[in-house]
Structure formats: C-alpha cells, structure tokens
Design a protein around this ligand. Structure first.
Ligand SMILES: [Zn+2]
Length: 193
C-alpha cells in the first residue's frame, strides 16, 4: 500500500509565484516575470525556484503542512527536522525567508507510463507545450516504484492546474507509520490503490 501525502488546508491568497499589482490583479511576481509564456501565462517553476523564493512570501499557520494557493506544499521546520532525523529521502526542502517553513520539492521522480497513469490533459499551449490542466493522475499503477521504501517519490510527469505545475508526493506504509507517530498538524494520508 502506498499513500499520497497531502495537506488538509490551503492558504488563502498566499501565492508563492504571484503577487497583486497596484490594481489588485494577481500577476506573476516581478522577479519571475521574464519567465512568463506569452501564450498561456505560465512560468518555468524550476528556474523560478533556482532564483530563490521571494522574501515577500511568508506563511502564517499552525499546521506542519499546508498548501500554498497554487497547491505547492509548504511544511514546518519541525516537519523538515523530523524527516531528516528519520533519514527518509526523496524530498528537498527550500526554506522561506523567515526559516519557519519550507517549500517541498521532489528529489526522486519516478518513470511514469502516461498511458496507465490516469492523467486527464486539457488545453495544451501551442507555444510552450504545457497543458492548461493535467489532473486526476498520477495513479500508482503507471509509476515505476522505488527500490527503497524509505523514500518519498513523485511522478516524473507533473500535474498542472490553471496557474502552475506541481507535484503530488507518495510514501510507503513504512514512512506513513513512522510519521503518523509524530502527530503533525494538518497532514492527510490518502490511500492509493
Ligand atoms: Zn505556454
């Protein structure tokens, strides 16, 4: 059995890659604006992340795990510490400016057979080739499972919502049993088939 690790809650109006302009319209943050595809408006999030997180992105929550408004996962310093103590791999933590929370990136992307992974794709951009939305999947049946059960993993095929691409994180029973004991606030374990 494998589980999807998901936050219970999403931050409202707390965007990692977006900010409001002077008219209150949500636009890509200034530091990433040159990355915007002129056709669909999406950015290359990997390049954006490599430039660093915005010092204006601060998270106020009592949860150990929460979703940003664009569905990226943000975790507490305690979550990072405990995962590192347990030596579970597969996650990369990128600390926010205040060091109290980190954004989670996948370190292990597993090969995925798109025909079996259950994705539903919509509105492909003719310019950058990305989908407006890539939802439903990935199903575990289409993914090559990691050899070790001490590592989190994500599909090599990212999901897309109308704003950004994002990853969903999977974990083995072994990991889930270990982290259940730590009673993190706001975490949800969703059984996969
Ligand atoms: Zn595009």
């Amino acid at each position: 059995m494998f589980y999807l690790i998901e936050p219970d809650d999403e931050l409202s109006d707390n965007w990692l890659f977006f900010e409001e302009d002077l008219n209150g319209v949500l636009v890509v943050r200034e530091e990433y604006r040159d990355l915007v595809c002129q056709s669909c408006g999406k950015i290359d999030e990997n390049i954006a992340i490599s430039r660093g997180l915005s010092s204006h992105f601060i998270v106020e929550t009592n949860s150990d795990i929460v979703a940003t408004s664009e569905d990226w996962i943000c975790v507490s310093a305690r979550f990072c510490d405990e995962i590192m103590k347990l030596k579970f791999g597969g996650l990369r933590f990128i600390p926010l400016a205040d060091s109290k929370h980190s954004i989670v990136m996948p370190e292990l992307l597993v090969e995925t057979d798109e025909t079996r992974a259950g994705f539903e794709n919509h509105n492909q951009c003719t310019s950058c080739g990305r989908f407006g939305e890539r939802i439903i999947g990935p199903f575990i049946q289409g993914m090559r499972l990691p050899a070790s059960d001490s590592t989190f993993f994500a599909s090599s095929i990212a999901n897309e919502n109308v704003k950004v691409s994002y990853y969903r994180f999977f974990a083995s029973e072994l990991i889930v049993e270990a982290i259940r004991k730590l009673e993190f606030a706001g975490i949800d374990f969703v059984e996969t088939a």
